[in-house]
Ligand binder design. Structure first.
Ligand code: CAA
Length: 263
């Protein structure tokens, strides 16, 4: 993945098993235009297929995680173009097809599509200075990349409704207090370090068990409790067919460190 050349993102593997994607379109505060989304999708899929990678981190700059969909790119779009090209559907690769966990390290502005991108990730870490929000109402539109659905599920209807109707921004601290973010760090450096550290921890476990964890937790967002618990149990049963289950449980019995297959 590291050899691929990208224009709007930077890709690296700073820790064992961890793929880092830095959004890098500084002149436009990482506004998410189509070429950037295509590069992001390619990088995510490349890491997802790479057996040496166990988890990924997406971050931006200290100034901006991403300032939203590119307003200049979309300002003249017609309904026929938006509908005909299913505008923003290409952003769905991250939540719909990536099997390994993705952590967002959010510093600076994460507005509109930037906030939505962070919410598509499996875990969100923020710093105190993060500035999040769904300001689409101020542009005469609504969130278009899942904001109305994911924010509402994460923080509840009344608060999400208030934020989406007023376009009021909120801080990293608020995101953490409401449970939208899993951790809030004082500085941007600590936020990225924290995300990389968690990704490294996750990458140290059985790949197949990690993917199964992600799959079942995500199912909880779609299924009723009874079907969800049953789904979880079936996936749990399936893991008894994996080598890593045998490795993990026999290592415990022998008081050894498990040597995962990393397949
Ligand atoms: N699209 C395109 N360009 C953007 C952009 C965006 N979303 N956000 C910032 N930029 C550009 C600015 O136009 C500016 O470019 P120029 O230098 O060529 O003028 C450059 O980035 C720097 O921005 P500012 O000068 O505005 O920087 P600032 O520090 O004064 O303000 C900001 C920062 C508050 C984030 C401000 O840029 C801003 O409000 N941006 C728009 C935020 C927004 O409304 N996002 C939602 C977009 S709609 C959406 O995302 C739909 C969806 O649901 C998918």
């Amino acid at each position: 993945a590291a050899e691929k050349s990208y224009e709007y993102i930077k890709v690296s593997t700073p820790r064992a098993g961890v793929g880092l994607i830095e959004l890098h379109r500084p002149k436009a505060l990482n506004a998410l235009f189509t070429p950037l989304i295509h590069e992001l999708n390619t990088a995510l899929k490349t890491f997802d297929r790479d057996a040496s990678i166990g988890a990924m981190v997406i971050t931006g700059s200290h100034k901006a995680f991403a300032a939203g969909a590119d307003i200049k790119e979309m300002s003249t779009k017609t309904f026929a173009e938006a509908y005909g090209d299913d505008f923003i559907e290409s952003w769905s690769e991250l939540p719909n097809t990536i099997k390994k966990p993705v952590i967002a390290a959010v510093n600076g502005h994460a507005l509109g599509g930037g906030c939505e991108l962070a919410m598509m990730c499996d875990i969100m870490y923020v710093s105190e200075k993060a500035n999040l929000g769904q300001p689409e109402i101020k542009l005469g539109v609504i969130p278009g990349a899942g904001g109305s659905q994911r924010l509402t599920r994460a923080i509840g209807k009344s608060k999400a409704m208030e934020l989406i109707l007023t376009g009021r921004n909120f801080s990293g601290r608020e995101a953490y207090e409401w449970g939208l973010a899993a951790k809030c760090f004082e500085t941007a450096e600590e936020c990225l370090e924290g995300a990389l550290g968690t990704a490294e921890t996750v990458a140290g476990f059985s790949r197949i068990a990690v993917k199964a964890c992600k799959e079942v937790v995500n199912k909880s967002q779609e299924l009723g409790i009874r079907e969800g618990v049953e789904y979880e149990r079936r996936v749990f049963h399936g893991l008894f067919g994996s080598e890593d289950q045998k490795i993990g449980m026999s290592a415990f019995a022998k008081k050894e460190k498990a040597q995962w297959t990393h397949r």
